[in-house]
Design a protein around this ligand. Structure first.
Ligand code: NI
Length: 392
């Protein structure tokens, strides 16, 4: 059966490159993926899948009915949105829309999802259970996954697979990781409320600038002394605003930051930990504070059994030497984590790096992919899907 998957994938490879180029030249920003979605729906229905459009605002779901001898439903998630970046590549299928670019490879993800639908719908034998292909909008703003889930994308799903392109992995190879792949990413806002006064008479005021400086310094030092160094936390204050004039003591300073962590327990404790520190600095001096800790997406934790399944599928269709074990997780965030609150799953990295020329990072205006990676992504995923129902 894996041979048949490889044969069909090879035969549709040129068509998939056309699809990817069409998507690449017509990028749409998060939440506005209307043309992309209707294009996706068109391809899915031509493969005989049952389509639901307008899921999660502008997302699409395609379902490939199996034989019904296995009740487990497997989902695959891909994302469709582009970024507000002006493309600088000279490729002839470059973005037609100034200031919008598929610089994170979501055009490739969408194409791989469509390729899986094309391959699996052409197999002689039907799959034992149902396969659901989820094409979500708005991954870059970490909203699309929750929109899709609210609209039932994970209903009855027993497991879910996903992938992300990676330019530092060579084309033809995939990267897998057991356990944490990406970080939980939360937003932090701290407002220090002091009392204004003359710069020459600090004892009559409460200096919010001085307290803000202590809050930042203490948070950074305390992280290294109070958290298990084997469970990373990164706290970055990226923006400070406050104060009125050089000779006026500031009554208010606002700090905005991001907090990243890998372990769920660490992540759960962070708001309380930060508040204790802020309070311990403000209270002795009579300052007040407001703390707003907004949960972003949790950490992607790859399920060991499903990760092993993708690994063994890839070994068979790509060869032993074409799998890299990713040595360490990324502190980037990925809203795929939200699907994993409903079913176990795994996300792998698809190598898209050119072997013979410079590769630019994700989100770079010169980012491009070696398109033969589309075949790699399709055979890996389609084989993993096929193997899923083989395993009990
Ligand atoms: Ni991305």
């Amino acid at each position: 059966m894996l041979n048949q998957i490889q044969e069909i994938a090879a035969s549709i490879a040129p068509r998939l490159i056309e699809i990817r180029r069409h998507l690449h030249s017509h990028p749409e920003l998060s939440g506005n993926e209307r043309q992309t979605a209707s294009y996706v729906a068109g391809v899915l229905s031509s493969c005989g899948l049952q389509i639901r459009e307008g899921v999660g605002r502008v997302g699409v779901i395609g379902e490939l009915a199996g034989e019904g001898i296995d009740s487990r439903l497997l989902a695959i998630r891909t994302d469709m949105d582009a970024l507000p970046i002006h493309e600088q590549t000279q490729v002839d299928f470059a973005s037609r829309y100034p200031g919008i670019m598929h610089a994170c490879g979501h055009d490739v993800h969408t194409t791989v999802g469509l390729g899986v639908a094309m391959v699996l719908s052409r197999l002689e034998q039907r799959l034992p259970g149902n396969l659901r292909l989820i094409f979500q909008p708005a991954e870059e703003i970490a909203q699309g996954a929750s929109w899709m889930i609210q609209d039932g994308a994970m209903e009855n799903a027993s497991a879910i697979f996903s992938l992300h392109v990676f330019p530092s992995i060579p084309v033809g190879t995939i990267g897998i990781r057991y356990g944490a792949l990406t970080a939980a990413a939360d937003d932090l806002e701290i407002v220090i409320l002091g009392e204004s006064g003359h710069g020459a008479r600090p004892h009559e005021a409460i200096d919010a600038v001085w307290l803000a400086a202590q809050v930042i310094t203490t948070l950074q030092q305390a992280i290294s002394r109070t958290h298990n160094p084997l469970r990373p936390v990164v706290l970055t204050i990226g923006k400070i605003t406050g104060g009125r004039a050089p000779n006026v003591i500031a009554d208010q300073v606002k700090l905005l930051g991001t907090v990243r962590s890998l372990h769920p327990e660490t992540s759960a404790n962070l708001p309380h930990w930060i508040e204790q520190i802020v309070a311990s600095i403000c209270q002795p001096y009579g300052a007040r504070y407001e703390l707003n800790y907004r949960r972003g997406v949790p950490s992607v934790q790859n399920d060991p059994i499903l990760t092993h399944l993708v690994e063994t599928a890839a070994q068979e269709v790509l060869g032993e030497n074409h799998i890299q074990l990713i040595p360490e997780p990324s502190l980037g965030a990925e809203d795929f984590a939200l699907y994993l609150e409903h079913a176990p799953g795994t996300m792998f990295r698809l190598g898209v790096g050119f072997l013979d020329r410079q590769n630019y990072p994700l989100h770079h205006p010169l980012f491009n992919v070696d398109e033969s990676a589309i075949y790699t992504g399709v055979v890996t995923l389609a084989s993993a899907v096929y193997k899923y129902w083989q395993k009990k």
